[in-house]
Design a protein around this ligand. Sequence first.
Ligand code: PCA
Length: 227
Amino acid sequence: MPHQAVHTTPTVLVTGFEPFDQDPLNPSWEVARALDGWQHAGATVRAVQLACVFGEAIVQLDQALQQWRPTLVISLGLAGGRAELTPERVAINVDDARIPDNAGRQPVDAAVQAGGPAAYFSTLPIKAMVRDMRAQGVPASVSNTAGTFVCNHIFYALMHRLAGAKVGAGGAVRGGFIHVPALPALAALHPGMPSMALETQVRGLQVAIQTALAVHDDVRETGGQLH
Ligand code: PCA
């Protein structure tokens, strides 16, 4: 038999973005890299950084999916202005950039995936994740929009790939997107911007990963939404 690389333990792929819009850091990458190597319930987290560039980020995501063959994928991005960790409910098939990306691209009303469905729902248990993060003292809410910039772009591309079962076995791989708040050091550059300490964000993500690994059918309850 030909030799094959065998990952002995399941992998949770966590992606974060490089800084954008002239910021010196991106909390989503700081959180992802703090989680790299963290193990829970026999699964190991691998962190991968994505460029904040339309198209290129998808190429990098594809490479990471190929390399790690994860059983669970959580992409992270910064939502400056939000004060909580916000699992996103839905990715839409729209690129509509308010500002240029890091390569100067600024698509307007373009499809992420030509001919793709209008939207995909996250396959993460978003409400159970919010419930559990709150129970552990981490502010969290479900968000109903990931925007139309590079975060929604990668979220849509991820869900399109997972739905097409191009990854893993027969659509068994679950995934989604969580927006994170600014870090205090970043908020200090943007007076008035809410922030959350790195330690709290990392703890929240650990809880979210734990819940995602344990809960396959989301809870149905009210009160989880972002106000
Ligand atoms: N946040 C941006 C793109 C990269 C990031 O971290 C967004 O919300 O689209």
